[in-house]
Design a protein around this ligand. Structure first.
Ligand SMILES: NC(=O)c1ccc[n+]([C@@H]2O[C@H](COP(=O)([O-])OP(=O)(O)OC[C@H]3O[C@@H](n4cnc5c(N)ncnc54)[C@H](OP(=O)(O)O)[C@@H]3O)[C@@H](O)[C@H]2O)c1
Length: 354
């Protein structure tokens, strides 16, 4: 029979539950918020960790997990299971641990579930947060030091092999990854242009993030003409976050030996039938290298990334913009906002501050 201390350790656990597989744009009704219960102690013998989730990251790849595997896309992660909490990157505090690498009180970032408390049975996927002395904002771990930063770092430095003076174009430039890629490009001495979906974002790119130029892609009827206006001599590096029509227009504007980092294709995630790309022959004419990548495949470079990014942050060389939604109940709307350009910078949900 449970003793009274066991009973006391059972608390409410707000959760965001996935309804069912989605076609087209997801809606708020694709998820629902409910409150279950959780025991704030791991079962005897469990080698996992019990987390109190603090900050959750909204990411566009989460849309890919809302459809069943089709054998080609998004198969790196398991799709969401109807009736279960959705999952994604987060920052959390360890409340109980049966794993030798984690102790009560540790702060971690990595994959967690969208609920107040999560039991992670394979905590090897979590990273301990160790720079809290200098970096007091934990959401920095979601934005800069976490997966967005790793993706920007690997995509730009490893995949694009940038050189000083080159012409760089970044789409979805005020997103979590784009804003960092633009700043890495400036730190390398490149000329950088970004595109985003509103005047406010364009102004931020130029005035806060140091992009040389920026434009609102939603106001351009001819993307090829817009790119020719901003890159009269062509593009050396395209960091592609959106795919689709933008990628097609970029292909017409690449320079000889240009590089394209295929990071993501936001414009296609809600399409039941992906758009075709017609200008691929330019890759041949201009000896362009186009390479897809996932940051998860480069985790062995995480300490190299930290060695670059931590000094940049301490020296105040990296600006960032985050968009905070308070409370799990606002999570679904914040997540869906990514696909309508509502977030200004990295979209984060605060579940608890400590
Ligand atoms: N390869 C990897 O390892 C990896 C890892 C993480 C993410 N990714 C991918 O990287 C890309 C950027 O992610 P992120 O986290 O930086 O994004 P984010 O912060 O979530 O930003 C998303 C932004 O994309 C823009 N957008 C939405 N729909 C669009 C459309 N149809 N066409 C053009 N822009 C659109 C919106 O801004 P606007 O106002 O500008 O439209 C939105 O705010 C995504 O494709 C993501 O899937 C790749």
């Amino acid at each position: 029979m449970a003793d009274s201390s066991d009973r006391k350790a059972v608390v409410g656990n707000k959760q965001v539950i996935f309804m069912d597989f989605v076609s087209g744009f997801p809606k708020e009704s694709s998820m629902y918020v409910t409150t279950g219960t959780v025991k704030l102690k791991l079962p005897q013998g469990c080698r996992g960790v019990l987390l109190k989730n603090l900050y959750l990251s909204c990411d566009t790849y989460m849309r890919i997990l809302m459809k069943p595997h089709n054998g080609s896309s998004g198969d790196a992660f398991n799709p969401y299971a109807p009736g279960c909490p959705i999952y994604g990157f987060g920052v959390a505090k360890v409340l109980d641990s049966g794993h030798p690498d984690f102790r009560k009180g540790d702060l971690v970032w990595g994959i967690t579930t969208w609920e107040e408390y999560s039991v992670i049975t394979a905590p090897e996927i979590l990273f301990k947060i160790q720079h809290t002395d200098q970096l007091c904002f934990f959401f920095i771990f979601l934005l800069i030091i976490g997966m967005a930063g790793m993706t920007a770092f690997i995509g730009f430095y490893e995949i694009c092999s940038p050189k000083k003076g080159e012409y760089v174009y970044v789409s979805a430039a005020l997103g979590a990854i784009g804003q960092l890629v633009g700043q890495f490009a400036k730190l390398t001495g490149c000329y950088v242009v970004g595109s985003a979906g509103s005047k406010e974002k364009v102004d931020l790119l130029k005035n806060k993030f140091g992009f040389d130029e920026a434009f609102n892609y939603k106001e351009e009827h001819d993307l090829n003409a817009a790119l020719k206006r901003h890159f009269p001599e062509g593009i050396d590096i395209y960091f592609d976050n959106v795919g689709g029509k933008m990628l097609d227009a970029v292909l017409l504007n690449m320079r000889v030996h240009g590089r394209i980092a295929a990071c993501g294709m936001i414009s296609q995630y809600n399409a039941d039938k992906p758009e075709g790309v017609s200008n691929l022959m330019n890759i041949v004419y201009k000896s362009v290298r186009m390479e897809g990548f996932t940051a998860m495949d480069h985790l062995q470079q995480y300490s190299k990334f930290l060695g670059t990014i931590i000094p940049y942050i301490k020296e105040g060389k990296i600006a960032y913009a985050e968009d905070i939604a308070e409370g799990l109940e606002n999570g679904p709307s914040a997540l869906l906002g990514l696909f309508h350009g509502r977030s200004i910078g990295k979209q984060i949900i605060v579940v608890a501050r400590a």
